[in-house]
Design a protein around this ligand. Structure first.
Ligand code: ZN
Length: 135
């Protein structure tokens, strides 16, 4: 039952309880009070499930994004390559990716030898004009 309809049902039960009070029908009143409590419990459970659902959706989004970016990383001869939506290819550090799953983009160092800013590994044999981050 949705939260809105639960709230509407609770209102109806409250009205019915008032009618029962007037009629002094004790059994009906007790049953209605029990129904109201059950519905209130259900509403609490629904709220908790809603919150959990939202948390799981957020986690799923994060994982989908990670998976999507992971699928764009491919092994090449001298390094790993990340391909962006617009088709650009970036050279990534092999050591950081294989050891720690870190997609670290290589930087052009002094003397034009690309290196990893994280682990300082040098890449002497890269085809620099192939990579957007090394041009
Ligand atoms: Zn590295």
């Amino acid at each position: 039952m949705e939260a809105v309809s639960i709230a509407a049902t609770i209102e109806l039960i409250k009205k019915a309880i008032n009618v029962a009070k007037n009629l002094e029908e004790v059994e009906i009143k007790d049953a209605l009070i029990a129904s109201r409590e059950a519905l209130n419990e259900q509403r609490e459970k629904n709220l908790l499930l809603s919150e959990k659902n939202q948390t799981l959706k957020t986690k799923l989004n994060i994982l989908e994004t990670k998976l999507k970016s992971r699928n764009r990383i491919k092994e090449s001869i001298d390094c790993y390559e990340k391909i962006t939506d617009d088709g650009k290819v970036f050279a990534l550090c092999t050591q950081c990716w294989e050891a720690n799953d870190l997609a670290v983009t290589l930087k052009k160092a002094r003397g034009a030898v690309p290196s990893c800013p994280k682990c300082s590994n040098y890449y002497y044999n890269l085809q620099k004009n192939k990579y957007a981050n090394l041009n």
